[in-house]
Structure formats: structure tokens, C-alpha cells
Design a protein around this ligand. Sequence first.
Ligand code: BTN
Length: 264
Amino acid sequence: MFDAARFRERLATHRLGQHLVVRATTESTNDDAWIALGTMGDGVAVIAFEQTRGRGRAGRGWHLAPGQGLALSVAVRLGCDVRQAGVIPLAAGLATLRAAHALGVQAARLKWPNDVLVHGRKLAGVLCEVRHTPRGDAAVIGIGMNVLQTREDFPPELRDTATSLALEGSDAQLADAAAGVLSALEPLWVESQEGDRAALLAAWSAQAPHWGTWLRVRTPAGEVEGIAQRLDADGALVLRLASGAETTVLAGDVVAGTPGGEQP
Ligand code: BTN
């Protein structure tokens, strides 16, 4: 199911994924990656064909049709202050988007903070976790990407809102997707830790259709809506409210928005 030789051929990294753990089934590759960080070290990646308790953002689950989607987690030690870790999920989303483009899905775009959508349907999502460990701060970047699914492989409630590389015309295999994501992530990871975060945020912004459009965002503190202005230096979303004031949204989900920016 996972062609390890094909993965190695396509992997263009020095660090991320050089150690790879492949599991038939697991609860969550993010949990496995935390353990593997301790035993195998920085850059270790874990993939699984099946997750029994796959986690999504905001306490949601993540559906993975066994063997059809990529469940990939990579563990990395932080090279920056943990307070600057907010750009990591954006770097991961951008890497996933670049991998989708390289695998032939040019129409893929970003939705803040790190969803990858194709014509409004979700192709991939990212769940980043940052923790203090005895050996310093570290992150696990978990990426779920739909690769081989047909429409029927998704549960009925996801059929209208999800898509896969295959449904978008790509013939990518799981190994191509895994190698593509890790290869795109490594330079962005370095940039997020020690490089030009402004360039990273500009590259992210260029791939999102939000700017100047009306969005409603669900945050832990409730819903907020306004016209999307820009990302701030930490990767937070800046909205202009109806009052004309600007507000900064640190975490949340875009739950409504219109491509043209007009309020519904
Ligand atoms: C989201 O869009 O809500 C994020 C989904 C992240 C899912 C991936 S699959 C690999 C890794 N392991 C998990 O349990 N979750 C992430």
C-alpha cells in the first residue's frame, strides 16, 4: 500500500522524514510522532493507513478511509522562541498546498489558518501541537490529505465538502503525497524558525482568496465577522469590523465567507 522505495526516490530533504515509521493502524500519528521524537529524534515522521482516533482542529475528529488518505505527522525540535510558533501551522499549510500543486492540483488554495481547499472542498488539513519537553520545546505537525478517495469513500456527510487528489485528476500515490509534503515543508520549516517570516507570510497570503472579502470566523471566544485585511507578523488574521475598527483573530475557523466579499 505504501511504496517505501518510491517515497525515498521522491523525498528531497536532509532532515524531515529521513527516519520514517509506517504503521498499518494506530490511534493518531500525532501521538506516535511525540513518542518517536524521544526515541528516534528530530525530523522523524510517522504515517499510518488507518487511524482509530485521528484528531482534527478544535477538538474535531479526522476521517481517514483506510489506505486512501495520507495521515502524516512529523516531529521537530523548535529553533525559535515558542512565542513565535504561530507561524508553524501556516508554514505547514503552505507546504501541503505546494505539494498539491506539484502533484497536479493547481486549483488548490489556502483557507486560514491552514486548510487546503479545491473549489471550496477540503483536500487537506493540518493539526500542529507544540509542547515543552525535557530536551526543549518541540512541535508535531500532523497533516491529513485526501489522496485516493472516490466520492463514495467519504462518509455521506463529507461527500459535498471534501475532495481528494484523485478526484481532482491527480494520479498521485500515498508515497508521492508523503514525500511531496515533507519536501515542501523542510525549507518552509527552516524559514519559520530562523529565516524571513515576513516572506513566508507573504507567500501564504498570495495563495489565499480572503483579502478584501467578508468572512465570519468562529473563535474560542465566539463568532466575529469582517473584511479580511492581512495576516499580522504572528500569522493572526486581521479583520475590519463593520464599525471600521480592526480586530486580530489569533485562532479560529472561517465558517462563512463570500468570494466577492459582499456580506450575505
Ligand atoms: C483539521 O483540518 O481539522 C486538521 C486535521 C489533521 C489530521 C491529521 S491526520 C495525521 C495527524 N494525526 C492526527 O490525529 N491528526 C493529524
